[in-house]
Design a protein. Structure first.
Length: 328
């Protein structure tokens, strides 16, 4: 028996709050369990949130022997309802599973106190996909950079990446892929690389929106924002945080300018032309930035409590604050 075949499992459960990690884990397990077989012939997916996914039919599917002798893999996605309604049947399957098939349950939750959890863990595999934050997220960035892209990322670079790209693991993975291509054969991704690639792009997109808002041009601001949505599939998830980050940067620059720092110094820090930056600062007031941050906080709460969507919250924010102001 090969090392790969020794790892094959008759039943697996993938669960947790991170949909991104659930998807990655599922892909890994499916690839392992197919053991080189043709997915078109040997992989079936069921929607576990629908009544059509009857336990008897799904389990018969797992037990069906492939005419080609390949391993059969059956995935039940969104399986919380399916597990809850068919716990007894699944426990019986785990006690006497198929020798030629694998059942994979993908759930938001999978209670470790249940007999089913213990049975699956005993004969198969249970993987929890947790959302990570803080130091754990930094460690995750470092691990993914090393394992997936063959690059070293120190803590400072990982911190800068999270500051620029947010805390979505899917977004961070995508940015690591871009950075790996950007540095080429170099083994290390530095904080400078992150600032140059991720930070510069983020500043360009955020300030294109805020500059149009400060000029009172809601149409251009909305157009700039929709171009971001069209080219970045993760943009809605980081929209409010990204705009708040840009407004905080402008607020900090305005306060520093009011304390006597030079336009030239600030423009270099923002990697902007001094004339363009001076115009931006003339349109930026402390009170205005603080008002925008308060509105973004309210929009964040609204989107997370189901009172509105991120897209509608950003549109309303842009329209409300697209008022031309200039400090003489």
């Amino acid at each position: 028996m090969t090392k790969e075949s020794e790892q094959l499992k008759p039943i697996c459960a993938v669960y947790g709050k991170s949909a991104y990690l659930r998807r990655l884990t599922l892909d890994r397990i499916v690839k392992r369990e197919l053991a080189g077989g043709d997915p078109a012939m040997n992989l079936t997916r069921w929607d576990g949130s629908e009544a059509e996914a009857e336990a008897a039919v799904v389990l018969d599917d797992v037990r069906t022997y492939s005419l080609l002798g390949d391993r059969r893999v059956v995935v039940v996605e969104d399986a919380d309802w399916f597990v809850r309604e068919n716990r007894g049947a699944l426990e019986r399957y785990a006690a006497c599973p198929s020798e030629t098939g694998c059942l994979i349950l993908v759930c938001a939750g999978f209670d470790s106190r249940t007999r089913l959890y213990k049975a699956v863990r005993q004969v198969g595999e249970v993987v929890e996909c947790k959302l990570v934050s803080g130091p754990a997220l930094m460690a995750w960035v470092t691990t993914v950079a090393r394992q997936e892209y063959g690059k070293q990322v120190d803590r400072r670079a990982a911190t800068r990446l999270c500051e620029h790209a947010g805390t979505s693991q899917e977004v961070l993975d995508g940015e690591l892929g871009k950075l790996a291509t950007y540095v080429g054969s170099r083994c290390e991704i530095t904080a400078g690389d992150v600032d140059a690639l991720v930070g510069h792009y983020r500043e360009q997109t955020v300030f294109a929106v805020t500059d149009a808002m400060a000029a009172g041009d809601a149409g251009t601001a909305l157009t700039e924002w929709r171009q971001v949505l069209a080219t970045d599939r993760a943009a809605p998830g980081r929209a409010i945080g990204g705009l708040a980050w840009g407004v905080r940067r402008l607020l900090d620059a305005r306060r520093r300018l009011d304390r006597g720092e030079s336009i030239g110094t600030l423009a270099r820090e923002f990697r902007a032309d001094a004339g363009v930056f001076a115009k931006r600062m003339r349109r930026c007031t402390v009170a205005g930035c603080e008002d925008q941050l308060a509105d973004l906080l309210a929009a964040d709460v609204e989107s997370k409590t189901g009172l509105g969507t991120v897209a509608s919250a950003v549109d309303k924010f842009i329209v409300r604050h697209s008022v031309a102001t200039e400090i003489s």
